[in-house]
Design a protein around this ligand. Sequence first.
Ligand code: 2RA
Length: 338
Amino acid sequence: MRVAVVGATGLVGGVMFEVLKEHRFPITELLPVASARSVGKLITYEGKEYPVVSMEEAIARRPDVAIFSAGGSTSLEWAPRFAEVGCVVIDNSSAWRMHPDKKLVVPEVNAAGLTEQDLIIANPNCSTIQMVLALAPLHKAFGIKRLVISTYQSFTGTGVPAVQQYEAEKRGEDTAGTDRPYHYPIFENCIPQCDVFLDNAYTKEEMKLVHETRKILGDDSIAITATAVRVPVHGGHSESVNVEFHRPYTVEEVRSLLEATPGIIVQDDIKNHVYPMPLLAKHRDEVFVGRIRRDESIENGLNLWIVADNLRKGAATNAVQIAEYLAEKKMIGNRVEA
Ligand code: 2RA
């Protein structure tokens, strides 16, 4: 399979190569793609060096699949041009997620809806992916009426600049006045702002959780409110999720449904201090769920604690799993070369 990785020199791009290798994705030709300033740089993949190429060069090679992690504006401009040559684009940016004609996919939840006509497929936001993977079976069983979400998001979600800000502050440097991504220090701090504020006083990150969750679960009636917080943590995003169901449930039913869900690992044994933490989720592809308990303050209420590596299942792994699904269904990689 001829595979393009667009945004090859970014944080997610680097993890993408790790995941492709670990999953033994069938690559016959690898096309690392990045901005003009990176063209010619060498990317090592499975012991072989590949030069970073331009968008135009990658398109000319007519890849079977292109996995984008290059930001929304780049994806809006270039994803259609890859699609024009029959390449399936899996895009990590927010550019196409809410587009009415584009599918927003967490493979374990809704890959079955994909068809050969889907040439641009949107990867959901990291904090959405880990949450809907856990909520999908519960929504099916008990019907979700309302969600109250608090996220604790790794600074790695903001990419290399945020890692550089964190590391500088950890060394004791004052980053005030530098071109840092956050308004305030992130080291030994929590910042209640992920992305920019909108007119409704929520951030883009918080509204992604609202809109994307409804689209993936296929239910616009779900009432959702969210607070997204940036935290000085490396290994992943954590989420406290309060759920109100339409129908009665038992904690045992919830635990069984989660344990039966591919991609979910239940870590829930409070007597032995067993619960999910970014420390344990880092470099893992799974979503970890714990602190499963009834919310006694409302009827049919449930509290969950959900943790995942935001660069893996929150981005690279989910995208590779979409590509694996497409390959398995022979929706990519079956092109006869002219
Ligand atoms: C973040 N989910 O964590 C966003 C983008 N990766 O900043």
